[in-house]
Design a protein around this ligand. Structure first.
Ligand code: BGC
Length: 478
């Protein structure tokens, strides 16, 4: 396997320390995933302590997302100001304290407040992890290392499902949900401890006039011959490249990339993945499984998500982004149609129950090879260098915002129109997603970031010089 060879090639010009850095930085994804996954099980038991309407369940689930939107919006600037390492440490500390805060909440109000605070740490983690990895990874393995973050997200979700199963419904006389939420402190402590041993990103050091420190960091993660060259390159870029702002994002030639980034951000969430990730146990118990069986089934979903993400890592540089996205969204559409149908048929607990369960598993499998990892990858590829950070931040805020909307409205929607129609609505979104991807999303496999940027300038991002009039083209080439 090409990717595997490249990652583990002993003769490569970089030592193993760079993998250690990427693995620790990707633990940011573990926090992200843990927080996303843990609430699904906790929801089954929180009503033992507080009274919850479907709307309040949505608020408890989604409050973390409000915080995450804030965290994603400010994460880039904070990372520039304080450095990647310090921000990661601060995020882990907030997550650690937040886990205790949530677990010890005396009232529902406090639980919601702590979830917003925890959310800020999650939003920051969603930005700083990929940034740290991209800035330290050698170019030849940057794609594979970049995917580590999504792999960690899926592992975090699985860890949360395992925790939910272990602590349900009660452990040592303490109601399960408090243990579940507390357990997030463990990965946070691991991230903080690991980050303590990490060096600061060499790029950030150069930008802050700490060139000698940058040189010593680079010499630990690169072949010594190449260090001087890389320092010069970083200096050059940081000297000549003025950072672009939000207004640059609206320039006509950048617009196709903006539409793809924001469009995929919304699509990833409106495809409904988190209705399954958050509410799988609730849905399974509606199908007729007992509480414990529902949590066990949910672990199965977590395993499928991890395994198929690994498959995607191996496929993405061979078959390309577009085929994965198209096959994935087509499959998700069909599975949601079947899942919805299951709720219209009588006798969900028999054979139909298993078909419904199967369609849920396959739906997650199709997601894990497509929208899951490819969205985060594409938003790091399609934007021009000058505005890459800002643009990624914007896409990420839209992603958390859409996540929030779906989380808040899904249970009330089920309450109103039932599971069947609700899943069909999500299926219709996946169908629209397929059309959007087919018409708008470019293939980036095998193209350098500079080539992608040049195509964007020439309005040839989809491979053909599409529909711009001569006047517009002239304007662009000025
Ligand atoms: C999404 C999350 C989702 C996760 C599921 C991520 O890429 O951004 O919202 O929970 O995938 O694996």
């Amino acid at each position: 396997m090409d990717v595997v060879n490249r990652v583990f090639n002993a003769e490569s010009d970089h030592g193993t320390f760079v993998y250690f850095i990427a693995a620790i930085a990707a633990l940011n994804g573990l926090l992200f995933g843990f927080d996303v996954g843990v609430i699904s099980g906790a929801l089954l038991y929180i009503d033992q302590s507080f009274t919850l309407s479907p709307f309040l369940e949505g608020v408890v689930t989604s409050s973390v997302l409000v915080g995450a939107m804030i965290g994603a919006a400010i994460g880039g600037q904070l990372a520039d100001r304080f450095g990647r390492r310090r921000l990661t440490l601060a995020g882990a500390a907030v997550f650690f304290v937040g886990s205790f805060g949530m677990a010890l909440s005396p009232t529902l109000g406090w639980l919601i407040v702590w979830r917003v605070i925890e959310g800020v740490a999650v939003g920051v983690a969603s930005i700083v992890g990929p940034l740290y990895i991209a800035e330290t990874a050698p170019p030849d393995v940057r794609g594979a290392l970049g995917f580590l973050q999504q792999l960690m997200i899926t592992l975090g979700i699985l860890l949360a499902y395992g925790t939910n199963y272990f602590f349900a419904p009660e452990f040592l006389g303490i109601i399960g949900w408090r243990w579940m939420l507390w357990f997030g402190a463990v990965p946070a402590a691991v991230l903080a401890a690991g980050t303590y041993f990490l060096p600061e990103s060499p790029r950030w050091l150069v930008e802050n006039q700490r060139v000698e420190e940058a040189r010593s960091v680079l010499s630990r993660i690169r072949d010594t011959d190449a260090v001087g060259e890389e320092i010069d390159e970083i200096r050059e870029v940081s000297e000549i490249e003025e950072k672009g702002g939000l207004s640059d994002l609206l320039e006509p030639w950048v617009r196709p990339a903006l539409i793809v980034g924001v469009g995929l951000a919304i699509i990833q969430q409106f495809s409904g993945i988190n209705t399954i990730i958050y509410y799988a146990p609730t849905i399974l118990s509606n199908i007729g499984f007992g509480d414990i069986a529902s949590l066990a089934g949910t672990i199965g979903i977590g395993v499928v998500n991890v395994v198929l993400t690994i498959v995607a890592v191996l496929l993405v540089d061979r078959v390309g982004r577009r085929p994965l996205l198209l096959v994935g969204t087509a499959g998700m559409t069909v599975m949601l149609a079947i899942l919805g149908l299951g709720f219209f048929l009588p006798g969900l607990s028999g054979v139909i129950g298993y078909v419904t369960l199967g369609s849920m598993f396959l739906y997650v499998a199709f997601y894990a090879i497509s929208l899951g990892p490819v969205f985060w990858l594409l938003i790091s590829e399609i934007y021009p260098l000058r505005i890459r950070g800002t643009a990624e931040g914007v896409a990420s805020v839209f992603n958390w915002g859409a996540n929030f909307l779906v989380g808040l409205t899904f249970l009330p929607l089920i309450d109103r129109i039932g599971e069947g129609y609700s899943f069909w609505i999500l299926g219709a979104f996946c169908l629209l997603a397929f059309v959007f991807i087919y018409t708008r999303v470019p293939e980036t496999m095998g193209r350098s970031l500079e080539e992608i940027e040049a195509d964007l300038r020439d309005n040839a991002i989809m491979g053909a010089d599409a529909d711009a009039g001569p006047a517009e083209r002239e304007h662009r080439t000025e």
